[in-house]
Design a protein around this ligand. Structure first.
Ligand code: HEM
Ligand SMILES: *[C@@H]1O[C@H](CO)[C@@H](O)[C@H](O)[C@H]1NC(C)=O
Ligand SMILES: *[C@@H]1O[C@H](CO)[C@@H](O)[C@H](O)[C@H]1NC(C)=O
Length: 440
């Protein structure tokens, strides 16, 4: 689509009324980015400044307007971003709907209660009207999350864009998400498998400064912790007794599943109060509380309560999260509908295929007949073969560890070579260290 090698015509012309130097600069930046994409998943700040200049504004306005009627959308987006990036990289695989041949990530056990899919749809349709086929669903999630964090008082940060959407989404892939009753060893090894550090774990769990959890994710800590018949001794007894008034005992057969704020201090504000609550043993999920009770992570918890280090650390870690396992032009696409992989043929055949021959993805034809067809068919096999989906898994039980994979790290600052036009042949860009790393 707009990013294909063949469509890099803007690389050879400076844009109309823009002052020549600026136009050249814009053109150079976006050409370097386009080159880089074909090498590995690479993103830059302001990727859409030439191809869809209003993209980030449109996303920001939609998030703001939803936030006005439902402030809890911020937590929903933040969690969606985590689930997207952690499973198969930041490729919007979390958005894919079930089809007859495939049970997607969305329907995995840990999916429960993910929210905000309809907002992504609303944003996507505005963007398709503005610049069809240009803005990826993965970038929408990333930018919307950035805006959501700012709306609840979190740090402002730049988001690199240019992600591609993935073509695979399977329930079983989501088994790598850590369980809420993990200890530090379990959660950190899950994080390590995705290229995230122990510090990233402590920092990113700070996202639990907003939002809520169903009782079902922690009520064992109130009534029968690890088969002892007693509450979790690391939970503040005052909190145990208060939450017993909210959450029914699972053994009682009462299936009601209310919600509790993850940050018992400032529930709606994005701040370091989450960590102060851990020091008071007011963590709701076990994985939250163990950060305070494990000597490898408690120093960072203290640092976040005593200094202003949390925001810069969060910017760094969420930027790392946002760069995990990015797809390339060859392994990804710009989805036309965030809930479906694109049809493998650009134009539907005149005679509709029989159900047996239909693409396993169940993807519809492009919504805009005027959209350019995918210029680079990237797969020979259907992205999601029929029957490949596994049945929904039971939530949060012994995730099987995946083989370690390699992930591209942040490529910024993007080395801007002196650009002789026409452009040189592909070169592999080596990713430099993360400039925001607060843990040198
Ligand atoms: C070890 C890692 C993690 C575990 C086990 C975990 C687990 C959970 C669970 C069980 C819930 C409650 C879901 C519900 O009842 O709806 C939750 C909520 C939430 N999580 Fe996490 N989480 C983890 C990491 C993260 C990360 C890295 C982020 C973001 C950077 C995040 C952001 C959120 C947010 C914002 C909510 C509130 C959602 C809402 O209000 O709808 N979590 N998490
Ligand atoms: C989450 O998974 C459950 C169990 O597989 C499924 O019934 C439910 O519809 C899923 N939720 C969403 C939002 O897809
Ligand atoms: C079930 O639990 C909820 C929440 O604690 C409570 O409001 C409700 O009264 C309980 N129902 C029964 C039948 O005990």
């Amino acid at each position: 689509m707009g990013r294909s090698w063949q469509n890099m015509n803007h690389c050879t012309r400076a844009g109309g009324r823009t002052p020549a130097t600026l136009a050249l600069l814009l053109s150079v930046v976006s050409c370097v980015a386009e080159l880089a994409w074909h090498v590995e998943g690479v993103t830059i700040v302001g990727f859409y400044s030439a191809t869809c200049p209003k993209a980030e504004t449109i996303i920001q306005q939609e998030v703001q307007s939803r936030f006005n009627s439902d402030p809890t959308i911020s937590a929903a987006l933040l969690r969606m971003f985590f689930h997207d990036c952690f499973v198969q990289g930041c490729d919007a695989s979390i958005l894919i709907d079930p089809t007859p041949g495939n049970t997607p990530e969305k329907q995995s056990g840990p999916n429960l209660t993910l929210r905000g899919f309809d907002l992504i749809d609303a944003i996507k349709s505005k963007l398709e009207a503005e610049c069809p086929g240009i803005v990826s669903c993965a970038d929408i999630i990333a930018i919307a999350t950035r805006d959501a964090v700012a709306l609840v008082g979190g740090p402002s940060y730049e988001v690199k864009t240019g992600r591609f959407d993935g073509k695979r989404s399977r329930s079983s892939d989501a088994n790598i998400l850590p369980s809420p009753d993990s200890d530090v060893d379990q959660a950190s090894s899950a994080f390590a498998s995705q290229g995230l550090s122990l510090d990233d774990l402590v920092v990113l769990l700070g996202a639990h400064t907003t939002g809520f959890a169903r009782c079902g994710f922690f009520s064992d800590r109130l009534y029968d912790f690890q088969g002892t018949g007693q509450p979790d001794p690391t939970m503040n007894p005052a909190l145990v007794s208060r939450l017993k008034g909210v959450c029914p005992d699972p053994a009682s057969g009462n299936s009601s599943d209310p919600t509790v704020f993850l940050d018992q201090g400032t529930r709606d504000a994005f701040d370091s109060s989450f960590y102060s609550q851990l020091q008071k043993h007011n963590g709701i999920l076990r994985i939250d509380q163990v950060l305070q009770d494990d000597s490898r992570t408690s120093p960072l918890v203290s640092r976040f309560t005593e200094t202003d280090a949390f925001f810069p650390a969060f910017i760094s870690s969420i930027t790392t999260l946002g760069a995990l396992n990015l797809k390339t032009a060859e392994t990804g696409e710009i989805r036309l509908d965030c809930r479906r992989v694109n049809p493998t043929t650009p134009n539907p055949p005149a005679i509709p295929p029989s159900p047996a021959q239909a693409p396993a993805s169940g993807a519809p034809p492009p919504r805009k007949p005027s959209s350019p067809p995918p210029s680079r068919p990237t797969t020979t096999a259907p992205a999601q073969p029929p029957g490949s989906g596994s049945p929904p898994v039971k939530p949060h039980k012994s995730p099987s560890s995946p083989p370690p994979r390699r992930f591209p790290r942040l490529p910024l600052p993007l080395p801007l070579p002196p650009l002789p036009l026409p452009l040189p042949p592909f070169r592999r860009l080596s990713p430099p260290a993360n400039p925001f790393n607060p843990f040198p």
